[in-house]
Design a protein around this ligand. Structure first.
Ligand SMILES: *Cc1c(COP(=O)(O)O)cnc(C)c1O
Length: 408
């Protein structure tokens, strides 16, 4: 089996993490880690969003819409619909993953239950801008920090600046228990509503739990370059061979949203892996800092970063190229190469065929452009300097070829 590097830096598990004994209150451990008084564990980030929206509905029963970034995980609008609400895609700010403040001001009104500023790629989104618009309409702010557990702004972890913070412990999100999600909230009334909604909606499902435990064992065994080709590289190259970009991005999610509670054993594994998260983040940041500089030395190339003064986490680098054709040329070589290069979400939300009827049609040109001009470079420790240099060379050649084509 050839070497296959992961597209995101996860916390590799140790066999000792899998022991059947030990602390199993992952919600409490994660809350302590985040500096939140309390947290609630769910079966996935998507389930966490359903729980949050159902909770906020009890606090503002007449509101019916949820403003979401037009470029985000396709599971987000599915959760909104599952909660009986209508997702409203909001275009991005120019050359950023943040919600555009003007587009947001247009999208949010007195019917908007919540707005979801989203911290992509471990980078810290502009929560203040979203809060300012939300405050004018009594709309709640849910921070989607599914990809940013541990990022900070000032001396506060992301997830605690809005009314509700949401994290994912799914595979590919850094710390993982195969599938899991976490909710935090500062306000006691919102917290109480979250717990009530979770008690109403979440249940244990032994067969589903057993299958997810097997997945977590699979992650422990296979999250390494010598094995990852089997579960990640092979299906990826098959999807690319049939030009199925949505499957290659693993965006081909099922329409159902399971609402389960993770079992004790997986929670224990999470508690033990959490103890190594600080150390993992520190080496990830140091590696990323050098690589950002190397990438931004290429003409017109930018690594997406959060608001000034924030400390991101770096599961992967989200890289924006000057044009879509150059991005596609680079990906044609790099995506199937096993180097951990790929794409984030395949399309803007209104452009997924399987979301027609879920997400209303909308003009979201910047979200489309962002989907067309970005690629991701995994920030795992296995991407050594020599392999990273190969990626930079390929990018340089693709950009040069494009510049020539443009000039000629
Ligand atoms: C992954 C993700 C989710 C959903 O989390 P799951 O745990 O996969 O259900 C929500 N929002 C964003 C931005 C994500 O990346």
């Amino acid at each position: 089996m050839p070497v296959e590097l992961p597209p995101t830096a996860g916390v590799p598990l140790r066999w000792s993490d899998l022991a059947p004994r030990g602390e199993s209150d992952l919600a409490a451990a994660a809350a302590a880690w985040l500096g939140s008084g309390d947290a609630l564990l769910t079966g996935s980030g998507t389930a966490a969003l359903v729980v949050a929206l159902e909770a906020l509905k009890t606090l503002a029963p007449r509101r019916r819409t949820v403003a979401v970034p037009a470029y985000t995980c396709p599971l987000v609008p599915l959760a909104v619909v599952r909660a009986g609400l209508l997702p409203v895609p909001v275009d991005l700010a120019p050359d950023r993953f943040d919600l555009d403040p003007d587009a947001l001001a247009t999208a949010v009104d007195d019917d908007t239950l919540a707005v979801l500023p989203t911290h992509l790629a471990g980078q810290v989104a502009d929560i203040d801008a979203a809060r300012a618009v939300a405050a004018r309409h009594g709309t709640f702010v849910i921070e989607d920090a599914a990809q940013a557990f541990g990022a900070t702004r000032g001396d506060q972890r992301v997830g605690l600046a809005g009314d509700v913070g949401l994290f994912s412990f799914g595979i590919g999100k850094g710390l993982t228990i195969a599938a899991g999600g976490l909710l935090v909230a500062r306000d006691p009334a919102v917290r109480a509503a979250l717990h009530e909604s979770a008690a109403r909606l979440l249940h244990r499902h032994p067969l589903h739990e057993l299958m997810t435990c097997i997945e977590l064992l699979g992650y422990a065994a296979l999250y390494r370059p010598s094995m990852l080709g089997l579960v990640y590289g092979r299906p990826l190259r098959r999807a690319l061979a049939r030009r199925d970009v949505i499957a290659a991005c693993r965006d081909d999610v099922g329409l159902g949203v399971p609402l389960h509670r993770p079992g004790r054993w997986r929670a224990r594994v999470g508690v033990r892996a959490l103890a190594r998260l600080h150390a993992a983040h520190a080496t990830d940041s140091e590696r990323a800092a050098r690589r950002v500089a190397a990438l931004e030395a290429l003409p017109g190339v930018r690594v997406c970063r959060g608001v000034p003064g924030s400390s991101p986490v770096w599961p992967y680098l989200l890289v924006q190229l000057p044009d879509a054709a150059g991005r596609d040329a680079a990906l044609a070589q790099l995506w199937p190469s096993g180097l951990g290069v790929g794409r984030l979400f395949a399309r803007a939300l209104p452009d997924y065929p399987f979301l027609h009827g879920v997400v209303p049609a909308a003009a979201v040109p910047r979200a489309r452009d962002f989907a067309a001009r970005t690629l991701t470079i995994g920030n795992s420790p296995w991407l050594d300097d020599a392999r990273f240099a190969r990626i930079v060379d390929t990018l340089r050649q693709s950009l040069r070829a494009r510049a020539k084509a443009g000039a000629g």
